[in-house]
Design a protein around this ligand. Sequence first.
Ligand code: NAG
Ligand code: NAG
Ligand code: NAG
Ligand code: NAG
Ligand code: NAG
Length: 564
Amino acid sequence: MAVALRGSRGGGSNGPSMGLRSLFSYRIFVSAMFSLLFLATVSVLFTTHPSASNHDVTLPTTSGNGNAYVQRTFLALKSDPLKTRLDLIQRQANDHITLVNAYAAYARKLKLDISKQLRMFDDLALNFTHLPLKPGYNSALSQPGTNIDDDVLKQFEKEVKDRVKIARLMISESKESYDNQLKIQKLKDTIFAVNELLIKAKKNGQLASLISARSIPKSLHCLAMRLVEERISHPDRYREEDPKPEFEDPTLFHYAIFSDNVIAVSVVVRSVVKNAEEPWKHVFHVVTDRMNIAAMKVWYRMRPVEGGAHLEVKAVEDYQFLNSSYVPVLKQFESAKSRRFYFENRAENETKDSGDTKFRNPKYLSMLNHLSFYLPEMYPKLHKILFLDDDVVVQKDLTGLWRIDLDGKVNGAVETCFGSFHRYAQYLNFSHPLIKNRFNPKACAWAYGMNIFDLDAWRREKCTEQYHYWQNLNENRTLWKLGTLPPGLITFYSLTKSLDKSWHVLGLGYNPSVSMDLIRNAAVIHYNGNMKPWLDIAMNQYKSLWTKYVDNDMEFVQMCNFGL
Ligand SMILES: *[C@@H]1O[C@H](CO)[C@@H](O)[C@H](O)[C@H]1NC(C)=O
Ligand SMILES: *[C@@H]1O[C@H](CO)[C@@H](O)[C@H](O)[C@H]1NC(C)=O
Ligand SMILES: *[C@@H]1O[C@H](CO)[C@@H](O)[C@H](O)[C@H]1NC(C)=O
Ligand SMILES: *[C@@H]1O[C@H](CO)[C@@H](O)[C@H](O)[C@H]1NC(C)=O
Ligand SMILES: *[C@@H]1O[C@H](CO)[C@@H](O)[C@H](O)[C@H]1NC(C)=O
């Protein structure tokens, strides 16, 4: 799947003009990181400000209700009518903490820590993260449902305040980089951050190292940061909305787009809508990760999808059935052995693009990539869904895809084999008896990126069970290496219907000689390969086909130097 290799070299910009640009985004990045760190610091301070009586937490909030929320948080989240608002606030707090951690990790990766100050910030972020995990606090404060011991809380408060003091000092020393203090007044609803810290710190720590393991171009970081800052400064504008009935209406045209890249998703969606004859009949289901959900939601609140189309944004984490007791890749990733495999040598060797590193890229394991195996469960009311990668551009009305008779098969896709290339033998280990006995090595491979799935047929054929069976067998990676195409080829073996090639033209991310006629006639073009259109290394002859769908009126797109 093309998502997997995104951005592997995007951060590298060379030459004088690029130098200027990266300096600019560096400054944005630094100031954004400082402000986020400060936000977390302040929110921690506010949250741990207990008054004399037990569990009675006073808050610097103007509304009387605010007190009630916080008490409830510390009193283990009794569910009541306030829960909706509480959820919203917690989500926002979550955004802040996650981003602080991620950006601390990013700073480490960029070796910004040559600056002593940045290293200190980095330490501090770590200290905050580790604090609630201390044995005494972990058991006393983080278990929902247990009463909080006043002494423990006071001690905890003291330690937090010590860190806050250091943070204040550091921030006043680094005023020049830090220009956002005024916003802090608006941040009363980040007060739950410490609670989130307590519960989520451990997970976030893992998340942060995952993030730092990938290289993402600075522009993309900048965009995500700007969007999250926007949400932090105007929390009132970004309340959760109820799901629309259209999201479950099987008579409409539904799309699944799983991505952590805001700009890429926006191009896919705009290109569909601009070429649709009846855009109001199209429904987009965007799923992203916890890191990017806030940014993605803010984008679509600021730039609603056009033409009356419908769009929902969810995080992988919203699908609770996708947990490690159900999903083999999650179980496998949690096993210490495979973690070692993916992370060893990461720091030193991550920038190299040797053949083997792509198999070690943790992105390959990202749940986002494997989500496509769970479509029927994620969208139980739907009969058909079109799966699109985030590195495609749509050039025609696609509704014809829903009318194609799949002959009872599950997956409609274009085949990619020619001569002896792109056949099953190339993707699966035919020395293994299980593979040899079950599959034809000459079977033609097909492409992910634009697939029309018949979800009823999928349920009938129990494809997800098939996928689980094989993915479990592949724990040792002897059946195939990594990625989602090999298990896809297995899962939809003899259940794939070949579509006309003009539906989906591939190779724009690696092949400099795709015929322009093919491209012009294609319904969907696909930048699979390393040279993504949003990177500096994109191939010039294909770039404009993508950039023409970039929303240049969006202020943050200009601010973040997409260099289009
Ligand atoms: C973080 O904690 C360590 C000890 O746990 C301490 O040495 C260090 O100074 C702390 N850093 C900051 C910035 O508070
Ligand atoms: C994990 O998912 C299964 C269904 O797939 C569900 O029954 C179970 O409650 C989930 N576990 C947790 C901890 O959410
Ligand atoms: C990085 O890769 C080289 C070979 O490409 C290897 O010799 C070296 O040990 C690796 N780095 C680490 C820290 O293992
Ligand atoms: C993986 O390999 C180990 C030994 O290397 C073996 O004991 C285990 O059964 C294998 N697991 C699977 C799922 O094949
Ligand atoms: C392919 O399968 C065979 C038989 O299980 C195994 O010995 C071999 O190591 C596998 N090849 C790879 C590359 O994993």
